[in-house]
Design a binder for this molecule. Structure first.
Ligand code: FAD
Length: 555
C-alpha cells in the first residue's frame, strides 16, 4: 500500500479488489471491460497480489474495482507481470503475431489481448473467417449442464473414431471442451443454445446458435469483441497480407515474421517473440502441386468443400522453420457434398451439413434403398457410398418436414441455393428421384418398423423425427467430398510446435493446421472445438506473449 494510507482504507481496498476477482472468477467479465473469464492461475496470481498488499494492484482497485471489475483484473494482471519482470505491451515490439483469421486465429487473438498483449493479426484474404465462417453443424463439448453426457463419454467416442488406444491430445480436447464452450458463451457472447447428435457420437453434444449458422455467428461475435481492441490500439488487423517467412535467431527461437502486402507486393518484417499459426488445413485441392497431390494423390480429383485459402501455406512455413508434420495422409472424405443441379461438375461443393442426418435425414442409393447407418462415422459412411456406387458416387438425401423444421436455418439456405427441393407428397419426391413411389413407400415402411424395434440392419439406434411420413419432403443430390485434413503440424498438448522432440521456441499452432488430434477420422463438430481449445485454453502463455519467454502462470 502507498506509504501513509490508513489501514482501514487498505482493508476496504483489499475487500473491493477480492470482490471484483471473485465475481469474475464466478461468472466471467460482464462489464464489457475486456478481461473475460479468469483462469484459475490468473485468479491465484491476483489473489496473492491483493493479499500481499501489492501497492500498484491496490491503487488500481481504488480506481477500477468497484465499477469496472474486468478492467481492474486486466490492468492488475499486467501490473503483476511487470513486477515479475515480464515486461508489457508498452515494451519494445509486438507480443505476438497471429497468422489466420478463422476461429482459431480470432480466438487466440482475443485471448492474448485479454491477457494484455499487443497483437497483429494477418490474413491473406480480404474477408476474415476462413473455413470457420462456413461451418454450420456446430461445436462439440461435454457440457456439465447436459444430462447424461460426460468428459469420459466424449473422450471414448473420439478415441474410438480416431483408432488410437490413448491420446493426450484427445484427453485435452474432452477435458477442455466444457470450459471452452463456457468461454464462447460468456466471454465471446454467443449463447450456442441448441444441441444435436452427429455421426459417431453416443450423445447429443454438438452446439449451435438458435439464430444463424454456427461458424458465421462465432466469427461475427469474435470480431465484435476484437473491435474494442482495435480502437484502443492493442490490436492491428492486416487483411490481404500473407505470412511468407518465420524469422528465427541462430538457436531457432522465433524473433519475427515476414509478411507480404498482397495489394502492393511490399514485404515487411514484424519483430515478435511469439507467432501463432492458425492458417487452417490443406483440403483445397484445386491448385497444382497441392499437398493433397503430394500426400493423397488418390483424392486429387475429388471435389472439395474448402475455400481456396486452405492450401497448406502455414504447413509449409512451419516446416521451413524446422517443424515436424504428422499423419499428413490422414485426409477426411465427408460423405455429403451437394451436387448442384446447375453445375454438377463444380470442383468446390457446398457441404450438406451433417446435422441434417443428425435430425433424421436418410441416404438412399439410386435404387431408392438405404445402404448404411446415416449416423455412422464419416469414414464408414463415405466408404459405404464409394462401395455402393463407385462410378456415379451420387446419392439422395431425403428429409421429412419435421426434421427440416428443426434445422430451420440450413434448409431455407439450401432451398434458396437450389440444392434441396421441397415436395408436398412422397410421390413428387419419388418422381424427383426417378423411382416408382412404391419403392420409396417400401423403404420408409422398413425404416419405420426398424425404428419401432430400436435398431436396423446397419446398426442405427437413434431415429429422430418419426414417423417419416408427413406433409413435406426435401430431396437433394449428394456425393463424397474432400473436407478436412487430420494431419498437420506436430504440436504438444500446449500447442507448441515441435521439431525433433523439442519445441520451436516461440512458435505455436492452433486449429486445422495442427496434426494428430483426430487420428484417422475426425468426428463432426470436433474441428471447431480444437480451434477453441488450442487458441483459448492452450493459448501461448502470457509470459511468452509478453516477450520474455518466462513460463506461464496464467494459462
Ligand atoms: C463447409 C465446411 C463446414 C464445416 N462445418 C464444421 C462444423 O459444423 N463443425 C466443425 O467442428 N467443423 C466444421 N468444419 C471444419 C472447420 O470449419 C475447420 O476445420 C475450422 O474452421 C478451421 O479453422 P481454422 O481457424 O483452423 O482455419 P480457417 O477457418 O480455415 O482460417 C484460416 C485462415 O488463415 C488464412 N491464411 C492461410 N494461409 C495464410 C497465410 N500464409 N498468411 C495469412 N493468412 C493465411 C486464411 O485466409 C483463413 O482466413 C467445416 C468445414 C467446412 C469447409
Amino acid at each position: 500500500m502507498s506509504p501513509g494510507a490508513p489501514p482501514s482504507d487498505e482493508r476496504s481496498l483489499v475487500d473491493r479488489a477480492l470482490r471484483a476477482v471473485a465475481g469474475l472468477a464466478r461468472r466471467g467479465g460482464g462489464d464489457g471491460g475486456g478481461a473475460g473469464l479468469l483462469s484459475a492461475d490468473a485468479e491465484d496470481a491476483l489473489v496473492d497480489a491483493i493479499l500481499s498488499r501489492n501497492a500498484d494492484v491496490l491503487l488500481l482497485a481504488k480506481h477500477f474495482a468497484a465499477e469496472q471489475a474486468a478492467r481492474f483484473t486486466g490492468h492488475a494482471l499486467r501490473a503483476v507481470l511487470r513486477a515479475d519482470g515480464a515486461g508489457g505491451p508498452s515494451g519494445a515490439g509486438l507480443d505476438a503475431v497471429v497468422v489466420g483469421g478463422g476461429l482459431a486465429g480470432l480466438s487466440a487473438t482475443l485471448t492474448l489481448l485479454d491477457r494484455g498483449a499487443q497483437v497483429v493479426l494477418v490474413d491473406k484474404e480480404a474477408v476474415l473467417g476462413g473455413n470457420s465462417a462456413w461451418a454450420s453443424s456446430g461445436i462439440n463439448a461435454a457440457d456439465p449442464a447436459s444430462p447424461g453426457d460426460s468428459v469420459e463419454g466424449y473422450m471414448e467416442d473420439t478415441l474410438r473414431s480416431s483408432g488410437l488406444e490413448d491420446s493426450e491430445l484427445i484427453r485435452v480436447l474432452a477435458v477442455e471442451s466444457g470450459p471452452t464452450l463456457k468461454w464462447l458463451r460468456h466471454r465471446v457472447g454467443l449463447p450456442l443454445e441448441k444441441v444435436a447428435q452427429l455421426g459417431g457420437h453416443s450423445h447429443p453434444r454438438t452446439f449451435r446458435p438458435a439464430d444463424g449458422l454456427a461458424g458465421q455467428q462465432l466469427v461475427t461475435a469474435l470480431l465484435k469483441q476484437l473491435k474494442k481492441f482495435q480502437e484502443s490500439g492493442a490490436l492491428e488487423i492486416r487483411k490481404k497480407t500473407a505470412a511468407v517467412q518465420i524469422l528465427q535467431s541462430g538457436d531457432g527461437r522465433v524473433v519475427g515474421i515476414s509478411v507480404k502486402d498482397l495489394k502492393t507486393g511490399e514485404i515487411a518484417e514484424l519483430s515478435t517473440s511469439s507467432v501463432v499459426l492458425a492458417t487452417g488445413g490443406f483440403a483445397a485441392n484445386d491448385h497444382q502441386e497441392s499437398l493433397i497431390d503430394q500426400y493423397r494423390p488418390d483424392l486429387s480429383k475429388f471435389p472439395t468443400t474448402n475455400g481456396h485459402w486452405a492450401n497448406g501455406d502455414g504447413h509449409k512455413l512451419a516446416v521451413l522453420s524446422g517443424a515436424d508434420t504428422v499423419e499428413m495422409d490422414h485426409v477426411q472424405v465427408h460423405p455429403t457434398g451437394f451436387v448442384d443441379p446447375a453445375d454438377r461438375s463444380a470442383h468446390t461443393k457446398t457441404l450438406c451439413a451433417e446435422i441434417l442426418r443428425g435430425v433424421g435425414a436418410i441416404l438412399l442409393d439410386r435404387q431408392g434403398q438405404r445402404f448404411a447407418n446415416e449416423l455412422g462415422r464419416r469414414d464408414y459412411l463415405s466408404g459405404a457410398m464409394l462401395a455402393a456406387d463407385p462410378e456415379g458416387k451420387t446419392f439422395t438425401i431425403l428429409l421429412n418436414g419435421k426434421a427440416a423444421a428443426e434445422v430451420n436455418k440450413h434448409v431455407p439456405l439450401y432451398l434458396k441455393k437450389g440444392l434441396l427441393v421441397e415436395h408436398i407428397s412422397l410421390h413428387s419426391a419419388a418422381v424427383w428421384m426417378d423411382l416408382d413411389v412404391a419403392v420409396l413407400e417400401a423403404t420408409l415402411d422398413r425404416y419405420e418398423s426398424d425404428a419401432a424395434k430400436g435398431s436396423d440392419a446397419h446398426g442405427k439406434v437413434a431415429f429422430n423425427n418419426l414417423p417419416f411420413r408427413g406433409e413435406r419432403y426435401y430431396t437433394g443430390s449428394v456425393t463424397p467430398v474432400v473436407h478436412y485434413t487430420m494431419g498437420g503440424v506436430h504440436i504438444d498438448a500446449k500447442g507448441r510446435v515441435m521439431s525433433g522432440g523439442t519445441v520451436v521456441k516461440g512458435l505455436y499452432a492452433a486449429g486445422e493446421i495442427t496434426g494428430g488430434i483426430h487420428g484417422k477420422n475426425r468426428l463432426g463438430g470436433n474441428a471447431l472445438t480444437e480451434c477453441g481449445i488450442w487458441a483459448y485454453r492452450r493459448c501461448p502463455d502470457s509470459r511468452s506473449c509478453h516477450g520474455t519467454g518466462i513460463r506461464s502462470r496464467f494459462t
